[in-house]
Design a protein around this ligand. Structure first.
Ligand code: ADP
Length: 656
């Protein structure tokens, strides 16, 4: 393979060499004419000289080739001016050759004293090449495609003309035997024309010359191999034969026969050699192609086997009728292949989705996009199946959709589980609402008779003391205690029930919050001579009233469940842990046996007689509900008689 960068590099070097040759030879020849150095003018003794005007043409060409790398507009004008001058010099020379000498261009710059016939005049071939090269240069920079093409042909013509002239030199054809056309074209003239024209053809990506020589196809490779041989061999061979004929070693007849006799078998041998090489590479290519095809087929087969085991696959024609379904498809939908083929896909509709669902699918797919979503289908036996389905449209070369593929995963199990789960949650939610309603109505309605009992016992105790002996008065006192306890209980129950309603998330400074609670509980704290230690509590987003209640309950319990002769010491701390605040409230009270550490958070569960420690058994249940509201958890660490530490977490909200 011809690598692109190496080709570019060679082009670059080649163009530099051509520019150097053009400038060097043309300047030398110009100097040769000025200083009359004959050797430089003709190189081969007795052969044609390079005329002054021709040297100018190459000087211009060298400048043009040099300028063509620069992209500035002022250079472009010079480039054009030089190209037109070359055409002009060539055209006037031709005119003179044709006898239309209304203006003599031959010796306009310097007189030619060395040539006898037509001094200073370039050969017709040189003049034509000058015009062609000028046109070629103009064609290269034109934006018109037709002119580009004319330019390309101009260079091709130049290459052919100069090659013929060179061959005439290589074969040592004497000047007298050359046609007038080539007679006065010097060897370096033809060489430079050949170099310039091949460089231009080589550099132009549109030229077939460029494509053939540089391409990576077999034809280009073949050309690169054959071209040097078919050019050099006949030249070399003709040279020997002509030399033999000129020296009269062999006759012309013998020369011609020998030419044919050697040229034909040698050509056959060379072509066969190349053909064998080509056959070998073709064989290799076919082998590789076959191997690739085999491996593709192998993996495609494995891939299909794998997909067939987990996916339901069907193809549909443009009318959405099935043209193919796989085994799993038939197995799930309980259709035989013969029964489903040619049936419309709508046969699988379950009635679960509205008509719009299906119109939306086909609107998307018909516009060339892939549709993917979950859908509920019905099998032949009436069974329902949820699938995650992709419907893929396939387009032909013209961009028209000619086929669809439906690729599905059976997700019935997951969907059924999801459906029953959501049914369960719906029922649970309903039951919870019912329970809340019941608790509210019960506690609210209980308040009224309780208040009546309370009022009347109070009235009796105040006004009718004469009717009651000591036992009667004590009994009244018991009734009053019981009703006020019941009233407290109902109030707590109502608070508990009301908890998740009407809460607003606000920024709370927990230091301030605990300070407020401390103030509210100051009587209890003073009575028990309790000490509260808290520092560096965070500011967080939460529900203020419930949080205050939470701290109040826990601090109150820590004071309430104190040891007999030990002053309560309560310590509150908070640490930040993976997206939540962890609070701890430690006391030095009576402690809790580990076996009760879950029970205490259940509503109405108490561990002590109400005579020993007052309370309703709602406090910690309430605390758990508040922590739930903040998406946290609450638990206790305690050993009987050794104090307790209550922990709870508060999830950090986005605003924190
Ligand atoms: P109450 O305080 O009204 O009894 P709670 O729900 O607040 O109800 O507490 C439930 C039970 O947990 C209490 O009766 C008590 O036995 C136990 N308890 C709560 N806090 C503490 C504490 N800090 N130390 C020891 N026991 C506690």
């Amino acid at each position: 393979m011809v690598s692109n960068s190496s080709v570019k590099f060679k082009e670059h070097i080649f163009s530099k060499v051509v520019v150097a040759f053009c400038l060097l030879i043309s300047i030398s020849v110009i100097l040769g004419w000025v200083l009359e150095l004959v050797g430089i003018l003709s190189i081969i003794p007795q052969a044609a000289t390079m005329k002054f005007n021709t040297a100018l043409i190459f000087l211009f060409s060298g400048i043009i080739l040099f300028l063509s790398k620069k992209n500035k507009s002022e250079f472009k004008s010079l480039y054009k001016a030089l190209s037109y001058t070359m055409i002009f010099i060539g055209a006037f020379t031709i005119a003179e050759h044709l006898g239309l000498s209304f203006f003599s261009i031959d010796n306009i710059f310097i007189p030619d004293k060395l040539t006898t016939t037509n001094p200073g005049r370039m050969s017709p071939a040189t003049a034509i090449c000058s015009i062609l090269i000028g046109v070629g240069f103009l064609g290269r920079i034109s934006s018109n495609k037709a002119i580009n093409k004319i330019g390309l042909y101009s260079f091709k013509f130049t290459a052919i003309l100069s090659l013929v002239a060179i061959i005439s030199y290589l074969l040592l054809i004497p000047l007298s035997s050359k046609t007038v056309f080539f007679k006065s074209m010097a060897i370096h003239t033809s060489g430079l024309f050949l170099l310039i024209s091949t460089l231009q053809l080589f550099n132009n990506p549109n030229s077939s010359f460029h494509q053939i020589l540089i391409g990576d196809y077999e034809g280009s490779k073949l050309t690169r191999k054959i071209l040097p041989v078919i050019i050099l061999f006949p030249i070399f061979y003709s040279f020997i034969l002509i030399f033999g004929i000129n020296q009269e070693f062999i006759s012309v007849d013998f020369g011609l026969v020998a030419y044919a006799a050697i040229f034909i078998p040698l050509s056959i041998i060379y072509v066969s050699y190349i053909a064998i090489g080509l056959n070998k590479s073709e064989k290799e290519r076919r082998k590789l192609g076959q191997e690739l095809e085999d491996s593709n087929r192998y993996y495609l087969k494995r891939f299909k086997q794998g997909v067939d085991q987990v996916s339901l696959i069907g193809t549909l024609d443009i009318n959405r009728n099935f043209t193919y379904v796989n085994e799993l498809f038939c197995e799930v939908f309980k259709y035989g292949k013969d029964e489903i083929l040619n049936q419309n896909i709508s046969i699988l509709r379950s009635g679960h989705h509205e008509e719009k669902f299906y119109t939306d699918i086909w609107k998307k797919v018909d516009s060339g996009e892939i549709w993917v979503d979950e859908m509920k289908n019905k099998g032949k036996d009436g069974s329902f199946h949820w699938t995650l389905t992709a419907i893929i449209p396939f387009k032909n070369d013209k961009g028209e959709i000619f086929e669809f593929m439906s690729l599905s995963q059976n997700i019935t199990e997951r969907k059924t589980a999801e459906e029953s789960k959501s049914d369960y949650f719906k029922k649970l939610e309903y039951k919870n609402k019912e329970l809340e309603q019941f608790a509210y109505v019960a506690s609210h309605d209980l308040q009224e008779p309780l208040r009546t009992v309370n009022n009347f016992t109070e009235l009796l105790a105040k006004r009718r003391t004469e009717y009651f002996d000591e036992l009667g008065l004590k009994s009244l006192q018991y009734i009053q205690d019981a009703t006020s306890r019941m009233s407290e209980l109902i109030k707590n129950l109502l608070d508990y029930n009301r908890l998740d309603k009407d809460n607003i998330l606000t920024q709370i400074d927990c230091n301030q919050l605990v300070k407020d609670v401390e103030k509210d509980l100051s009587m209890n704290i003073d009575d028990a001579e309790a000490t509260l230690i808290y520092n560096n509590l965070p500011t967080l987003f939460g529900y203020e009233t419930p949080l205050r209640l939470l701290f109040q309950n826990l601090i109150n319990n820590a004071i309430k469940f104190r040891k007999k002769d030990i002053k309560p010491l309560i310590e509150i701390n908070a640490t930040l842990k993976a997206g939540e605040w962890l609070f701890s409230i430690r006391d030095n009270g009576i402690g809790i046996s580990p076996k009760y550490k879950d029970k205490i958070f259940v509503i109405f569960q108490r561990l002590h007689n109400k005579n020993k420690y007052k309370g309703s058994g709602i406090g910690l249940a309430h605390c758990r509900k508040i922590v739930d509201l903040h998406q946290g958890q609450i638990w206790v660490d305690s050993i009987d008689d050794e104090g307790s530490t209550f922990y709870f977490t508060i999830k950090i909200k986005e605003h924190d």
